[in-house]
Design a protein. Structure first.
Length: 262
């Protein structure tokens, strides 16, 4: 029995690993039109200029002096950009890391048609969601021209596509170390507080790691009423039952049959 159990568990782990590798290969497919191609351990170029809410041009890399959360959005977005930035604003209250001391957040519009006035408006809207007393300078909003947007999106592997007046694009946070190295991607529009904190702590040390979003998404579900992630007991229980069923089937199939007595 023990031998069969080890065999089944090994088979199950290999299957899960293969699925995860396949998912990562999909993420890193060069032909991808919309999504994220992870550029872990690469650095933000030192020649990207962005425009702050005062209308001043600033060198993006020079702004990155502490663990940084980089958000690529466009401010008129009718889709996932608002939930993404709302989620980030809410998570500031849920982590014990201090904004503008332990980390900072930089939001950059990838739509060159958007200007400073819109960035100012969005900054005020999302800062108002944060309930705790924070240093508002820790979350900066920017715009940029098409040339600098292209450099930035290419550097972080952010793939998007124009669709009429809007864009189809992924929802993702790019985590950067104090020396502007890409250390992790958090994909989606909602994030676990410990996932967010862990990514920032690792960014502070320059430690990179592949995305674990798909695994966390399987294990946890977002509860809109409680506004938090909860363990998805149904999925976990279903997985356990499936594993037990596979073990039981293999035990029956592989168990030596007794010879009939005459």
């Amino acid at each position: 029995m023990k031998r069969y159990l080890i065999f089944v568990l090994a088979l199950f782990m290999c299957t899960m690993a293969s699925a995860q590798i396949g998912a990562l290969e999909d993420i890193n497919t060069p032909e991808m039109e919309i999504g994220v191609i992870e550029h872990l351990d690469e650095f933000i170029p030192d020649d990207i200029l962005v425009i702050n809410t005062k209308g001043e041009a600033q060198n993006l890399k020079e702004l990155i002096t502490k663990p940084t959360v980089l958000m690529l959005v466009y401010y008129r977005c009718p889709g996932i950009c608002s939930p993404l930035m709302t989620s980030v604003a809410e998570i500031v209250d849920k982590t014990d890391l201090v904004l503008n001391k332990d980390y900072q957040m930089l939001t950059v519009s990838f739509d060159p048609r958007e200007g400073t006035d819109l960035a100012v408006k969005k900054r005020e809207n999302y800062l108002s969601i944060i309930k705790s007393d924070v240093d508002e300078e820790g979350w900066k909003f920017f715009t940029a021209d098409s040339a600098n947007i292209s450099k930035l999106t290419t550097a972080v592997g952010f793939k998007y596509k124009k669709a009429g007046n809007d864009f189809m694009h992924p929802g993702v946070l790019t985590m950067l170390s104090p020396d502007a190295k890409i250390t992790r991607y958090l994909q989606g529009t909602y994030f676990l507080p410990f996932e967010f904190k862990m990514a920032l702590v690792e960014a502070s040390k320059g430690i990179s790691g592949p995305t674990i979003y798909k695994v966390l998404q399987f294990c946890y579900s977002y509860d809109p009423a409680g506004q938090e992630y909860v363990l998805n007991v149904t999925k976990m229980a279903g997985t356990v039952i499936l594993v037990i069923a596979i073990i039981f089937f293999l035990v029956l199939a592989l168990k030596p049959r007794k010879k009939a007595t005459t």
